[in-house]
Structure formats: structure tokens, C-alpha cells
Design a protein around this ligand. Structure first.
Ligand code: ZN
Length: 284
């Protein structure tokens, strides 16, 4: 925006890439990485394009989701080797397992793990996060030094996370992701987005946050997040297209789309070291 040479120095934006998730298939987009080799190659290309945080699921070779800790171990090992310093975040989401299975990889001590702090509806099922499971996952994360990324699908989840940070079940400061556009969960609504960002700032002023939009609203949430000073998530997990007609050729292409947006908002991609400092993670 600013052409003023005395304008603000660009500030770093943590670009997260969610490379595969558990839903999109090769039929949706042949670029969706399924095997470990494909996942490592796709993440590496996204890293080279400017992503510094990888949100990871694992799949069986036939594409079905799994939460097999051995497979996570091989993925993390490959990513640590090929993407030095990149922040590695595993999903404890409910599409690839149930109950304690969902945290079976936490002893691998990845940098971060996702943590949904409440239940809601998903397109065809309940996203079931009972209080005792949330507490157990949070306790495992503390035990292994894994920083949670709080997945906020509705406002009650934000309040729950703040409560857990205040009573010590989560080590602060919070890192929150606002997810909009999952069918049957929170729609893509600007007033609700702004209210959520303002509420986080009021209740947890030291928190960092990211916005994630699904489908073509991926770009909408990227823009809104940049306008409000947040960080960005992209990747084939959430969206397989560049526009209505064009399939995204790769995760890296989606990362480049975000990186290209940044200067207009006086932002630039965070380095690995900057992202780790912003999230108060140990140096690589
Ligand atoms: Zn995910």
C-alpha cells in the first residue's frame, strides 16, 4: 500500500503450509502429496517458496488417513533433514483416528501440534473433542514440550483456550488459528472474524494468530489476516485451486500466492529464526 519511503518497515509474516490434510485426493488434484516421499518433496518446495511452518498429516499409500506414529516419525525425520529449521506441526485432528490415537505421535516431540478446544459439526460428521480428550492432549503436549496451535472453529473454543492458558494446562503465550469456511462450522464472515481477532487481543494480548480459509476463501482469509496483522496459512489441505478454473500445480504455488500478497500489506515472509522467535519456540 505504502509508497512512502519513510513508511513502516515490513514486518514478518509466518507462512504456514498445510500440505495434505486427510480429505483431498489425487482425483481432486494430482499435486496432493500422499506418500512420504511426495510429502517431503512437496514440503521442501513450499519451504523454498517461503513457508516456514508445515502442518502435517500422514496418509497410507492408498491415500487413506492414518495417525500411525511410525509414519509420523519417518515424515518428521525426512523434513528435519530436507527443510532445516522449518517448524513442524503435527495434526491431532479427528479424521485420522479417535481418542488417544490422535495423540500417539506426540512423544516424537514435534515443535507444535494442533489442538481443537471444543466440538462442532464438520461436513458429514461431528468433530468430537470431549473435555477429557482436550485435557489429555494438552497434558501430553506439555509433557513432551510441544506447543499447541489452538484450532478455533467457533468462539467457545477461543474462551476454552484462554481458560486453559490461565490455569496452566497450556503453556503460554497462545498461538491460535481461526478456521472459517468448513461446511457446518463457522462460515466466512468478516464481522465474526474481526470480533474473534478483537476478542483474542482483549483476553490474551500476548497471543499470536493465523487465519485459515477453506476452498476459494483461502485467499479471503489470507487478505483479512494481513489486514489485521495476523499470520497466513495456505496449502492443498484447505484448497486445491488457484482460481475457479485452475488447479494449483503445487503447495509451493499456493505459498507463492501468499508471498506475493505480502508487500501490499507492508509484510514480508518470516525467516525460520523470526518465526521461531515470534512463536517463542527454541531456536533450530
Ligand atoms: Zn490439518
Amino acid at each position: 500500500m505504502s509508497e512512502d519511503p519513510a513508511g513502516a518497515e515490513p514486518t514478518p509474516c509466518i507462512v504456514t503450509v498445510a500440505i495434505t490434510g486427510s480429505v483431498p485426493t489425487k482425483a481432486d488434484n494430482p499435486a496432493v502429496p500422499i506418500t512420504l516421499a511426495e510429502q517431503i518433496e512437496s514440503t521442501h518446495a513450499a519451504f523454498e517458496a517461503g513457508a516456514v511452518l508445515a502442518h502435517c498429516h500422514v496418509r497410507n499409500d492408498d491415500g487413506t488417513p492414518t495417525s500411525d506414529p511410525e509414519r509420523f516419525a519417518r515424515l518428521l525425520e525426512g523434513l528435519r533433514r530436507h527443510c532445516p529449521g522449518m517448524i513442524l506441526q503435527v495434526s491431532t485432528g479427528g479424521r485420522s483416528g479417535s481418542g488417544a490415537e490422535r495423540g500417539g505421535m506426540l512423544p516424537l516431540a514435534p515443535d507444535m501440534a494442533s489442538l481443537a478446544t471444543g466440538s462442532c459439526n464438520f461436513p458429514t460428521r461431528v468433530y468430537d473433542n470431549p473435555p477429557e480428550l482436550i485435557d489429555w492432549l494438552a497434558a501430553e503436549m506439555r509433557r513432551y514440550g510441544v506447543k499447541p496451535e489452538i484450532e478455533v472453529f467457533d468462539l467457545s473454543m477461543l474462551f476454552k483456550a484462554v481458560e486453559m492458558a490461565q490455569d496452566g494446562r497450556i503453556d503460554g503465550p497462545l498461538h491460535v488459528q481461526f478456521v472459517m469456511g468448513v461446511k457446518n462450522a463457522m462460515p466466512v464472515d468478516r464481522a465474526v472474524f474481526d470480533f474473534s481477532v478483537d476478542t483474542l487481543a482483549r483476553l490474551a494480548p500476548d497471543a499470536t494468530w493465523t487465519g485459515a480459509g477453506i476452498g476459494r476463501d483461502q485467499l479471503t482469509l489470507n487478505r483479512w489476516s494481513l489486514e489485521r496483522g495476523g499470520h497466513c496459512r495456505t496449502g492443498l489441505e484447505d484448497n486445491v485451486r488457484l482460481d475457479r478454473e485452475t488447479l494449483a500445480p503445487s503447495n509451493a504455488a499456493l505459498v507463492r500466492r501468499v508471498v506475493d500478497l505480502l508487500p501490499a500489506y507492508d509484510r514480508r515472509p518470516a525467516t525460520v529464526a523470526e518465526a521461531r522467535a515470534l512463536l517463542q519456540l527454541p531456536e533450530a
